[in-house]
Design a protein around this ligand. Structure first.
Ligand code: AHR
Length: 522
């Protein structure tokens, strides 16, 4: 409610009779604002794909090496070279799908360098990310093993920028062909007689930039050519994803949908949100940076709305998915670390970015079918940070864990009439939300209070459902820059939430300042 303060909003709700019965307001906090939420439980049409909660792991910094792969001889407990502690933690957030090997790295990666005996694999220079030596010890077999350990779908990104059609074609053949062929024989020699099955395959990465600096017209032609040779062997069915736009490049989407829309199953959008000038460490930002960061995060709403509208023109039946296969915060690297490794801390602000972005994806689930936060471990907006044998969970990890309730649930459209969170003359909606009903019939509502100073009173009108029991969890902290460290790993973790209560027609809640809340209604 732009320019409407809390008291005026409450007055307007009562005058218009929008709330059928008075709500018992929560904590007596005179600084709290008032907000209204209408959940349409009688309009459950679309499913929130669990793949909206996907991840991305690139050969970049310490994501793969150290973060995931320590090798079979490591003193860090591992299963076939893959860290046990990391796998156990990631299983808690039910990672549905994992994108690999890049990123920019993908368009320089030659998959045949990453198979066979590890001691014989050629090394290469990782020119994009720190110029370090890549020994190729983590390759196709190791990645597919990781996916099996996590119980997630693999999402491979092929090399269109510097690789050949034949190379890309043979990768799919190597992994999936169940017959007699040179690639199937090679796989058998490398110890995997049975083919794997996999679905998601991206034809290049950021081909408007690090993946070859192409025009959309040129890439559309290349996409059609490469995609032609990605064969379906046996019962395997490849879901082909085309490189999509960077942020608000709507011309790219228009061109790709027009010229290659019929050959693709998905179009991949990338969008990162920094705090602006990227001059301050994640842990040293002030309220101006907080506001700017969340303002940029909320731009995702406009991006998916406008890209979806273009896609609707060419694909009104929504056959082609919008896939946001890189998103997240991008801060200054931590002091003393390699600038090419993109290692950053993760604070309560990152948790809010995750919370609002995931709510946006939920609310657009009729078109957005997959998203992959960048990146899973030790890079950008990570779930996990490691230091040798130690591991900590970030605030973003906790948001992903809290939001698992939405995986494959039915979206319940949610209208928020929010008070303003104001900074100077600029405003943001203070409250951001999404809701769903799971297969057991429970309703879950995820709510973010963006305002770091003011609690938000929320009155919810639950239409088309009854509820008699409400419970919840909250992620918040006294400081905006609160974060977990190896010395204090549990500064931020979810706690029981007691600020919600059943009210006539729905429920009411008091959301603490700067918080992410999940509610369960039965
Ligand atoms: O995630 C880091 C990099 O950001 C990726 O490699 C690239 O695709 C994007 O520009």
């Amino acid at each position: 409610m732009s320019n409407m303060n809390g008291k005026r909003l409450l007055t307007s709700i009562l005058l218009t009779g929008a709330l059928t019965a008075p709500f018992a307001w929560g904590a007596d906090d005179s600084t709290a604002t008032t907000n209204k939420l209408v959940i349409h439980a009688d309009q459950a049409n679309d499913t929130i794909s669990r793949n909206l909660y996907g991840h991305f792991s690139e050969h970049l910094g310490r994501c793969i090496y150290e973060g995931i792969w320590v090798g079979e001889d490591s003193s860090i407990p591992n299963t076939r070279g893959i860290r046990n502690d990391v796998v156990a933690a990631l299983k808690q957030i039910k990672v549905p799908v994992l994108r690999w090997p890049g990123g920019c790295f993908a368009d320089e990666y030659h998959w045949k360098d990453g198979i066979g005996p590890r001691s014989q694999r050629p090394a290469m220079i990782n020119t994009h990310w720190g110029g370090v030596v890549e020994n190729n010890h983590f390759g196709t077999h190791e990645f597919l093993d990781l996916c099996e350990q996590l119980g997630c779908e693999p999402y491979l990104c092929g090399n269109l920028g510097s690789g050949s059609v034949q190379e890309m074609q043979q990768w799919v053949e190597y992994i999936t062909f169940d017959g007699v062929s040179p690639m199937a024989e090679l796989r058998k020699q490398n110890g995997h007689p049975e083919p794997w099955k996999f679905k998601f395959f991206a034809v290049g990465n950021e081909n408007w930039g690090c993946g070859g600096n192409m025009t959309p017209e040129f890439y559309a032609d290349q996409y059609r050519r490469y995609a032609t040779y990605l064969r379906n062997f046996g019962g395997n069915r490849i879901y082909k994803v085309a490189c999509g736009p960077s942020g608000g490049n709507y011309h790219w989407t228009e061109t790709l949908m027009q010229q290659a829309g019929r050959q693709m199953a998905g179009l991949a959008l990338h969008y990162y949100c920094g705090s602006g000038k990227r001059t301050k460490l994640a842990t040293e930002m002030d309220e101006g940076d907080w506001f700017a960061q969340l303002q940029r995060a909320l731009q995702m709403e406009e991006l998916v709305t406008r890209h979806s509208a273009i896609m609707d023109k060419y694909d009104p039946d929504k056959r082609v998915a919008l896939i946001v296969d890189e998103w997240g915060t991008w801060h200054v690297v931590e002091p003393g670390t390699n600038p090419g490794f993109l290692y950053q801390q993760n604070t309560l602000r990152d948790a809010l970015v995750a919370g609002v972005t995931l709510n946006i994806f939920n609310n657009h689930c009729s078109r957005v079918k997959m998203a992959n936060i960048a990146q899973m471990i030790n890079v950008l907006q990570a779930m996990i940070l490691t230091d040798k044998e130690k591991m900590i969970l970030t605030p973003t990890y906790h948001v992903f864990e809290m939001y698992t309730v939405h995986h494959d649930a039915k979206l319940l459209p949610a209208d928020v009439q929010s008070a303003d969170y104001q900074s100077g003359s600029a405003t943001l909606p203070q409250v951001n939300a999404s809701a769903s009903r799971d297969q057991a019939g429970r309703i879950h509502v995820t709510l973010c209070n963006l305002d770091p100073q003011h609690p938000a009173e929320l009155a919810c009108d639950l239409q088309g459902a009854n509820t008699s029991k409400i419970s919840g969890r909250v992620l918040t902290a006294p400081e905006m820059n609160a974060h977990n460290t190896f010395a204090q790993p549990e500064t931020l973790k979810p706690a029981a939430f007691v600020g919600a209560r059943i009210a006539a027609g729905g429920f009411a809640a008091t959301l603490p300042a700067k918080s992410v809340v999940v509610l369960e209604l039965e």
